[in-house]
Design a protein around this ligand. Structure first.
Ligand SMILES: Nc1nc(=O)c2c([nH]1)NC[C@@H]1CN(c3ccc(C(=O)N[C@@H](CCC(=O)O)C(=O)O)cc3)C=[N+]21
Ligand SMILES: [Mg+2]
Length: 299
């Protein structure tokens, strides 16, 4: 079979960011309102540093207000909560994102519970997660929303009745991804580390979303011929060039064996340049949506 289409998430994301920037400009002109995003990073995970920097730059490029709070790895819960409380009350801030993972002494669940659902641009609070599951308007996790846009585009909008398999069951990715596919009338399976015969489950999928964080786990013979394959994984491995590897140079791979997927799938996202850029573009969109809702400009 011919090689799969490579889904250009980077280009799709650039278009989405431009659309958001246009809406931001209109919101400023008509209502004097500038959407604001606060990103909180606890500790110094180097991969997180890259995302946090990209988020800050792209937020400003879209005409939004951006704040980045870098806290030491040993920050006490009370100090982090005090910051979240301030951001919840700050009229210039409409979106709050605390980057995960956080150091082990902090509880992700307790942090999420502290964030105002109105500013919860990750869609992680029980209110937003429950609203999504109930089919009500909700701030919804950025990566699944970005994946849905790519899936719809790849399938020309024809999702009804399709078999979808999501590998991974996290609150930030697997669960909301499954909810969005279900809302689009797919027949949805959530697979995970305890799933029996995962390759066979994956082979059923017209739409396969891999979000487990295990480098190149999904092989070509796990993929139904012609399927749409969305690779959410992002793992840093040493460079293939031993000299560069010795200098600490890395390469990024996804959860899907990309070369094998190219021969089997109908369409596949690359890593990098696939889902990652969509996540940030959707974060900007969520911040815009949150700003409008907080000011009563949108249901
Ligand atoms: N509360 C929270 N919300 C998140 O949404 C969240 C998080 N924590 N923790 C970490 C993960 C990961 N994540 C990415 C965002 C952008 C890229 C991205 O832009 N990737 C580019 C560049 C990759 C690179 O060069 O490093 C690409 O794939 O092309 C990747 C990964 C958001 N996450
Ligand atoms: Mg990607």
């Amino acid at each position: 079979m011919a090689d799969a289409t490579i889904i250009d998430g980077k280009a799709f994301a650039a278009t989405l960011r431009e659309r958001v920037a246009g809406e931001v400009a209109a919101l400023k002109a008509e209502h004097g309102l500038t959407p604001g995003l606060a990103v909180v990073l606890v500790g110094e995970d180097p991969a997180s540093q890259v995302y946090v920097r990209n988020k800050g730059e792209q937020t400003e490029a879209a005409g939004m207000y951006s704040e980045t709070h870098r806290l030491p790895a040993d920050t006490a819960e009370a100090d982090l909560f005090a910051l979240v409380d301030r951001l919840n009350a700050d009229p210039n801030i409409h979106g709050i994102l605390v980057q995960f993972p956080v150091p082990a002494h902090l509880s992700q669940d307790r942090i999420v519970a502290r964030i105002s659902p109105d500013k919860d641009v990750d869609g992680l609070t029980v209110l937003n997660a429950g609203r999504l599951a109930s089919g009500l308007p909700a701030l919804t996790a950025c990566t699944p929303v970005g994946c849905m846009m790519l899936i719809r585009d790849a399938l020309g909008g024809e999702l009804r009745g399709k078999r979808a398999v999501v590998i991974g069951r996290s609150n930030l990715m697997g669960k909301p991804m499954a909810q969005l596919l279900l809302a689009a009338d797919c027949t949805v399976t959530i697979a995970h580390s305890r799933t029996v015969d995962l390759p066979a489950v994956c082979r059923e999928a017209d739409i396969l979303v891999a979000a487990v964080g295990r480098a190149e786990m999904v092989k070509g013979d796990w993929i139904k011929p012609g399927a749409v394959v969305i690779d959410v994984g992002i793992t840093r491995l040493p460079s293939l060039d031993p000299e560069k590897a010795a200098q600490g140079k890395t390469r990024i791979v996804g959860d899907v064996d990309f070369k094998q997927a190219l021969a089997a799938a109908g369409a596949v996202t690359p890593v990098p340049g696939g889902v990652g850029p969509m996540t940030i573009a959707c974060l900007l969109q969520n911040t815009l949506t949150a700003a409008k809702r907080i000011h009563g400009l949108e249901g």
